[in-house]
Write a protein that binds this ligand. Structure first.
Ligand code: AMP
Ligand code: MG
Length: 341
């Protein structure tokens, strides 16, 4: 298939062509502030089937639908609690997905067979304009091939999807770099299903008590089902095993130094890179700058796909603020093989 590349800023005619790809049932790579998405008309089960096929995504793993503002919520959801509007006012457009009861016009194909739907309003002007012109919500999971790290640049999207989809919109590198935070509003108290670009503390400031799903912090036992079906899948399955080391940065660096082999790969804080000369090292960002770490975590993981390292050691931030999401992505890549020092 021929893939069209659209590069921001898009002309009026390019916006129309991109929207037409969505309206006619095609697949379009779209930029958001979190990661790049693989988008299709959320209301068209044929179109969303193609998302699962292009990614090799299991069909029980539901898609998030993207809308341009909160006024679209009642079109696709019912029994919307006041908390949903409070969150939308506080954090949309932004990296927050809400789980709500779905209306019948959202196909079960899109929701992975669930009676609920995940809805988000992304903070990217190009994608918001494409959704408005298409006139339908865009279902979009992360635009990677299943099992690879999420794409945070159009280049990553091109690596995974060129020739397989109708178009890719290059809207620049993603400002957040990890996926959206997912909050389930169908029960009491609201439940965090996936940590992401909006910190748990920000949700608590609006909602009060928030329960944290077990899948966020630990590996589930065989047969255990997380409430967000996607949390049971490993994001990234490197040939080499990953070990995550948590704790004070000086101590975790010392631990890695004394355990790594000469060929080991390392993901570490900026301040520690010089300790690992001679190794393939990916800089996660300064130890105190979790927003920078969020922007780098998938790129660091993806880069090891090109190498033959026998194992990978990763430093990990503490779990306050964005650290919960950065640590979750690293720990998932490690199959929750974590050492606390
Ligand atoms: P991705 O699009 O790759 O960020 O994956 C979307 C994530 O949202 C997956 O972990 C899904 O399991 C989760 N998700 C989407 N819709 C729902 C829903 N209705 N209920 C629970 N989790 C959902
Ligand atoms: Mg994904």
């Amino acid at each position: 298939m021929e893939t069209t590349l659209f590069t921001a800023p898009l002309s009026d005619a390019e916006y129309d062509s991109a929207a037409e790809i969505i309206r006619s049932g095609g697949l379009l790579g779209i930029p958001t502030e979190t990661v790049y998405g693989l988008g299709a008309n959320a209301l068209d089960p044929e179109a969303t089937l193609h998302i699962f096929e292009a990614k090799g995504r299991p069909q029980d793993n539901p898609l998030i639908i993207h809308i341009p503002d909160e006024s679209w919520l009642p079109r696709y959801c019912h029994d919307i609690p006041p908390a949903a509007y409070a969150l939308a006012r506080a954090f949309w457009p932004g990296p927050l997905t809400m789980i709500l009861p779905r209306r019948d016009n959202v196909p079960l194909r899109t929701t992975g067979g669930l009676e609920t739907v995940g809805v988000r309003c992304p903070n990217h002007p190009v994608t918001l304009e494409i959704i408005r012109r298409a006139g339908v919500p865009i279902a979009a999971p992360s635009g990677n091939t299943s099992g690879r790290p999420s794409p945070t640049t159009a280049g990553h999207m091109i690596e995974d999807m060129w020739g397989k989809i109708d178009g890719i919109v290059d809207g620049g590198p993603c400002g957040v770099g990890v996926e959206s935070t997912i909050i389930d509003l169908t029960g009491t108290p609201p439940r965090l299903l996936r940590p992401g670009g909006l910190p748990l503390e920000a949700l608590e400031a609006v909602l009060g008590e928030v329960a944290v799903d077990k899948a966020v912090v630990a590996k589930l036992a065989d047969g255990e089902r997380p409430k967000a079906p996607g949390m049971k899948y490993r994001h990234y399955a490197p040939k080499a095993p990953v070990t995550v080391v948590t704790g004070d940065p000086a101590r975790s660096a010392a631990y890695i130094q004394s355990h790594l082999s000469p060929q080991s790969g390392v993901i570490c804080f900026h301040e520690c890179t010089s300790l690992f000369r001679g190794h393939i090292v990916h800089d996660l960002g300064p130890a105190r700058d979790k927003a920078e770490q969020a922007r780098h975590v998938f790129d660091a993981l993806r880069a090891f796909d090109e190498t033959d390292v026998p194992d990978i050691w990763a430093q990990c931030p503490d779990s306050s603020g964005l650290g919960l999401a950065v640590g979750n992505r690293l720990k998932k890549a490690a199959g929750f093989h974590v050492i606390e020092v």
